[in-house]
Design a protein around this ligand. Structure first.
Ligand SMILES: Cc1cc2nc3c(=O)[nH]c(=O)nc-3n(C[C@H](O)[C@H](O)[C@H](O)COP(=O)(O)OP(=O)(O)OC[C@H]3O[C@@H](n4cnc5c(N)ncnc54)[C@H](O)[C@@H]3O)c2cc1C
Length: 489
């Protein structure tokens, strides 16, 4: 068999979560290979919203500016609008979570998924330790005593690939997870949708109504619109209300015109992707030497825009641990913490986004029964936004907390900029720490009150920016040595 592949980590799937996993591993010095069945990255904008925590990760990777290149929203347009038509009757509007929170140096922003993937791919191509093999479909996976073996289907014929570890980032239908007998659990199918990417310039029809999301709800029509570029590119989530409904392109154009309230609107459908809202979290995030990340670990309702974000944050949690184990700096038991830290959080996010969907379905039911005044009063009672903000930060779950953001100078620098490359000790000015064989020390004049550390306290921070250990006063090098040892097992 020609072209056999040997590497440290095989990553199944070149979506956003596979790409980020590979980038972080390669930058940590771990050779890795992505096997992606398609000929390139995705071209259909699926996930659009980047939360603050994901923005922090991109900032840590030095990719934030490129990621934000297509950002178009302003504080005034961070809105969701409900109405009977896109360009006509409005039922209500609500601001999306306040982007100016003091908790993060980053703001949430919009980036169509193909752009997010392209920026990750470009960064990955510059990494000598990583490669992406398009048109390499994983047909079969076998666990070996000290590794994994994949059988790949390629245009040139079958290829075998071997590695010490594998990461399955093969999406919501994860064949890998299913083939390993790992179940995923959730509330079942909540709805079937078509995701329609189209071009239409609604021009003056949207004057005074610039928003990111529009829910168009009527007795005869339920459509959810997402602005892709703030001008003329759109996604419409078309809710299929019966199994028999299979709209053709002309039908979709008619639906868009009706939802817009402009019967002769010029519309060009660019691509259509069917999808099922079926939130599920895997029972396990690991099977022997294979880890699940992204949608393969947790597929979430899009209400709240947490799906891809939760996956990227899981990849970020996993990559440094895998690198530390492969390079002999940590014990294998460290890898168990991936599931401990990410599964419970994923279930919490799933419940939250299911609640969001529940609210939307209540609104939909009101509209379908013609009760528009009931719908308007539901909009007044929405609970979503505060909770959305909590999960938008995505870094405060149980006792698993990322080091707090604080400005380190007046130029926009943050304490978060200290992290990403190895462990870091953040110490008060009087702490007796700084042995050369221990992690780099950053001195913080004053800790934020939630940490409770005094001037001789110290905090050990992991490469992902999360707190491994802290001592509020009297921190010593010996404490750090013990804490580091514990953080790596
Ligand atoms: C139509 C649609 C609309 C969506 N809208 C939103 C939204 O509005 N907001 C939101 O947050 N999320 C949305 N999502 C979800 C979001 O796109 C996912 O959360 C995100 O793509 C997950 O990234 P991932 O890398 O885990 O998986 P994916 O992006 O699914 O990537 C998995 C990759 O694995 C590859 N693969 C699968 N099997 C194999 C195999 N055997 N061999 C090799 N490669 C394989 C696939 O080709 C794919 O490229 C939407 C998803 C869909 C389908």
């Amino acid at each position: 068999m020609p072209g056999n592949i040997e590497t440290s980590v095989l990553i199944i799937g070149g979506g956003p979560c596979g790409l980020l996993t590979a980038l972080l591993l390669a930058r940590a010095g771990v050779p890795c290979v992505i096997c992606e069945q398609h000929a390139g990255i995705s071209t259909h904008p699926k996930a659009m919203g980047i939360t603050r925590r994901t923005a922090e990760i991109f900032r840590q990777c030095g990719l934030l500016n490129e990621m934000k290149a297509l950002e178009f929203a302003t504080p005034e347009t961070q809105l969701i609008i409900w109405g009977g038509t896109l360009c006509g009757e409005e039922y209500g509007r609500a601001a999306l979570p306040d982007p100016n929170t003091r908790l993060s140096p980053c703001r949430p922003f919009h980036s169509p998924q193909p752009h997010t993937e392209q920026v990750l791919l470009n960064a990955l191509m510059a990494e000598p330790l990583a490669s992406v093999l398009f048109e390499h479909r994983v047909r079969h996976l076998r666990t070996l005593p000290q590794g994994v073996e994949l059988e790949l289907e390629t245009p040139g014929g079958p290829v075998m690939a071997r590695a010490e570890w594998a990461v399955a980032a093969d999406g919501a239908g994860s064949h890998t997870r299913k083939s390993l007998g790992v179940e995923a659990d959730g509330p079942g199918d909540l709805g079937h949708f078509l995701n329609v990417f189209f071009h239409a310039d609604f021009g003056a029809g949207l004057a005074g109504k610039s928003a990111l999301l529009y829910n168009i709800l009527r007795e005869d029509l339920v459509e959810f619109f997402v602005s892709v570029n703030g001008r003329d590119l759109w996604l419409m989530h078309h809710f299929l209300q019966s199994d028999n409904e299979v709209p053709k392109e002309d039908d979709l154009v008619g639906i868009i015109r009706s939802a817009a309230g402009i019967p002769d609107q010029r519309v060009k459908v660019l691509s259509v992707v069917p999808w099922v809202m079926s939130p599920k979290v895997a029972a396990r995030f690991r099977s022997d030497r294979i880890f699940f990340t992204g949608d393969a670990a947790a597929r979430l309702s899009p209400a709240g825009g947490m799906g891809m974000n939760t996956g990227l944050q899981s990849a970020h949690n996993l990559a440094w641990k895998l690198a530390a184990v492969i390079q002999g700096r940590a014990q294998e038991s460290l890898l168990d913490s991936y599931e401990k830290e990410r599964r419970g959080l994923s279930v919490a996010v799933m419940r939250h986004t299911n609640d969001n969907s529940g609210e939307v379905f209540q609104q939909v039911n009101c509209a379908l029964s013609g009760d528009i005044s009931g719908l308007k009063s539901l909009l007044q009672r929405s609970h979503r936004r505060e909770e959305d903000l909590r999960f938008d930060i995505g870094a405060f779950y149980g006792d698993h907390v990322r080091f707090p953001h604080a400005a380190t100078n007046g130029n926009g620098s943050s304490t978060l900029d200290w992290f990403g490359n190895g462990f870091v000790v953040v110490a008060g000015p009087q702490a007796a720490v700084g042995a050369p064989d221990l992690p780099r020390v950053e001195v913080l004049a004053e800790f934020s009150p939630e940490l409770g550390c005094g001037p001789d306290g110290a905090v050990l921070v992991r490469p992902d920016g999360f707190i491994a250990w802290k001592k509020v006063s009297g921190a010593t090098d010996e404490d750090i040595r013990t804490a580091l040892d514990a953080a790596l097992r």
